[in-house]
Design a protein around this ligand. Sequence first.
Ligand code: HSE
Length: 447
Amino acid sequence: MLHKTKRMKPIQVGLLGIGTVGSGTFQVLQRNQEEIKRRAGRGIEITMVADLDLARAKAAVGEGVQVVNDARAVIANPDIDIVIELIGGYGIAKELVLEAIAAGKHVVTANKALLAVHGTEIFAAAHAKGVMVAFEAAVAGGIPIIKALREGLTANSIQWIAGIINGTTNFILSEMRDKGLDFGTVLKEAQRLGYAEADPTFDIEGIDAAHKVTLMSAIAFGIPVQFDRAHVEGITKLAAQDIKYAEQLGYRIKLLGITKRKPQGIELRVHPSLVPAKRLLANVEGAMNAVVVNGDAVGTTLYYGKGAGSEPTASAVIADLVDITRLHTADAAHRVPHLAFHPDAMSDLKVLPMAEVVTSYYLRLRVADEAGVLAQVTGLLATAGISIDAVLQREADEVGGEGSTQTDLIILTHDTREGTLDDALAQLQALPTVLAPIVRIRKEELS
Ligand code: HSE
């Protein structure tokens, strides 16, 4: 075997877009080339790179690699077996991925946005052409969560997944809690330190996390990728005082990507969530990522690591290169299916609307501090069939003249249907003693 490994010519890889992750991929492949060759059965070499910035590309790869500014020249090169797409976005990246597939190339991509939105089309094209599209780097960077879901946990009926899958927002939330600062202040600091992009919209609005949980949901439950059905809420409206109150009640607030199998369908959602402070997930701090997966046979498993960065993401890209190198000569029917389930065995379980999601809640009501207000609020919740788990009332603040006071009333509910809660909140909001918009944050016990 070793003899054969030495003789086989390296598999040739073309790289589209050599920024942070592309440079890391190049470096790790070079540094660990002997180890990687012993694992893959033959060498893996990036022989051609396309980037609009030729000078940057040349500086990143050194001698001996063909550098061009036309990605299509890479796709057209008959010697290239695998194309790595690290351009990002849904525009030109989509055209190039489809063209690479049409040219019979296997594709490795870190592009979660592309696959979450256009995955059905891309995987169908790859299936028809008999090529692989691998995307370990698209979800949680260096954590091999796609491998775990598609292969390691294949015996299980997966029940649910909950993950901190966006490092930027986890960094911001950690800082808000540590320093008691508000969102805007921490965002500026995160941008200054390079943790947040100049345009952080995809991260702070939960879109990046929703792309990732959409992909995990598809491979966990064997459903098509359906980003348009995901419920997406970011962290921009989160107030420092809710982080503080949550802490007093024994919880931390994290931006979670959640997908669950329910008898009626699949829950697919991203939003800030209270998580019990004693859970491992609640203690994932800074820019780190972590994903919890619950399977019926294995129980709960946890995957933790760096969700972004040059070499951590390169680690995932190269794992895909090795997989393809091992499998590209195998009959396509014998490879691991793109979405873990065979394309003719996909489930038509629908993604549930939020009104049908069942979870528990943290509510903060700014109320007049008068006799009977608490009874009124709890009475209305009782009438709606919403059971209360805990109540916290802060000391009243004196507001205005004549001794009129207001207070924050914090209520934790037991599990309830979101549609039922929406109706009850509309009624509570209409009470004259409720003085400001009610804050509602979902809560996940993860037990
Ligand atoms: N911007 C992402 C994050 C990394 O903050 O985790 C790439 O998806």
